[in-house]
Design a binder for this molecule. Structure first.
Ligand code: PDD
Length: 285
């Protein structure tokens, strides 16, 4: 079965899916996106992803070309047509194709593209071994709360991670505090057992997985401290982990070559992953 994508109103084989070279997503990064996990053929935490999409669109004064309820139907149809039991759905809205001019074009229909991919997220080897991160300066713009497709700083950060033999990069602000991962939210767990993660603000993307994991951790009796932490504090922490739609919860075992805790996935992070998986399975639709 060939992969099926969605482009501006039509389902089409992925290999034939096309947009204009004048599309403002391509020329300016003038667009937003969302990624939702698929487990058991169902969308995980999708209400939160859709709510964030609506917010990103509003912040950039971009209109969805179809009603938001239709976007969810498109996501479901892609999961079904591509036979995705486990993986993710990606969707992107851009300001459409127009003569190249920085200011917003008039009377142009926004572009909507979406596709689905299979991926092992439940039995991911990284969940068993944990992942290593490298730190890099955070070079991004000042509205990181918008899930913009302008991801060049994150591309460079992830490449730095790969070249250092790591799986993720943690970006660090000018004051030495970790903002977040290149495509994930950053957490540490102190020796006293508190989960520490930066509060939502314009400096980070408000993670949908972050939101659910913090609620579940609180129900589980863990203390949560929403505050910044430095790389030095992270290196002294009992545990560290990351969250994202495509990786759920992953333990972190080293930062900049220094082992975290015992250098193996921590008990809290492992338990939070299990709790989140139960939640994801129970609430996916
Ligand atoms: N990235 N921070 C950044 C910069 C991200 O790009 C992501 C997600 C997150 C985690 O958000 P959530 O839990 O809602 O997925 C945090 C997606 C998965 C991506 O770009 O592929």
């Amino acid at each position: 079965m060939s992969d099926i994508a969605y482009v501006n109103g039509a389902f089409t084989p992925l290999v034939e899916a096309r947009i204009s070279i004048l599309d403002r997503g391509f020329l300016f990064g003038d667009g937003v996106y969302e990624v939702a996990a698929v487990i058991d053929g169902k969308l995980v935490d999708n209400e939160a992803h859709i709510a964030r999409l609506e917010r990103s669109l509003r912040e950039l004064r971009l209109d969805s070309p179809v009603p938001i309820s239709r976007i969810v139907e498109i996501e479901r149809e892609l999961v079904a047509r591509n036979g995705v039991a486990e993986g993710m759905v990606y969707l992107q809205v851009t300001r459409g194709a127009a003569d190249r001019d920085f200011a917003f074009p008039e009377g142009v229909t926004p572009t909507l593209v979406a596709f689905a991919q299979k991926k092992n997220i439940l039995a991911s080897p990284a969940a068993r071994t944990g992942v290593k991160v490298v730190t890099v300066p955070d070079m991004r713009w000042a509205r990181r709360d918008i899930k913009s497709v302008a991801l060049l700083a994150q591309v460079l950060a992830k490449q730095a991670a790969v070249e250092a033999g790591c799986q993720e990069a943690w970006m660090v602000d000018a004051d030495g505090f970790v903002t977040e991962g290149s495509s994930s939210t950053a957490f540490i767990i102190t020796k006293a057992g508190a989960i520490v993660t930066r509060p939502n603000s314009r400096e980070i993307l408000p993670g949908c997985t972050r939101r659910s994991v913090l609620a579940l951790a609180e129900q589980d009796g863990l203390t949560i401290e929403e505050r910044g932490f430095t790389v030095a504090e992270a290196c002294e922490a009992a545990e560290a982990f990351l969250t994202s739609a495509s990786n759920l919860v992953l333990p972190i075992v080293a930062i900049d070559g220094r082992s975290i805790g015992a250098g193996v996935p921590g008990d809290h992070a492992t338990r939070l992953r299990a709790i989140y998986l139960d939640f994801a399975r129970a609430t996916s639709v």
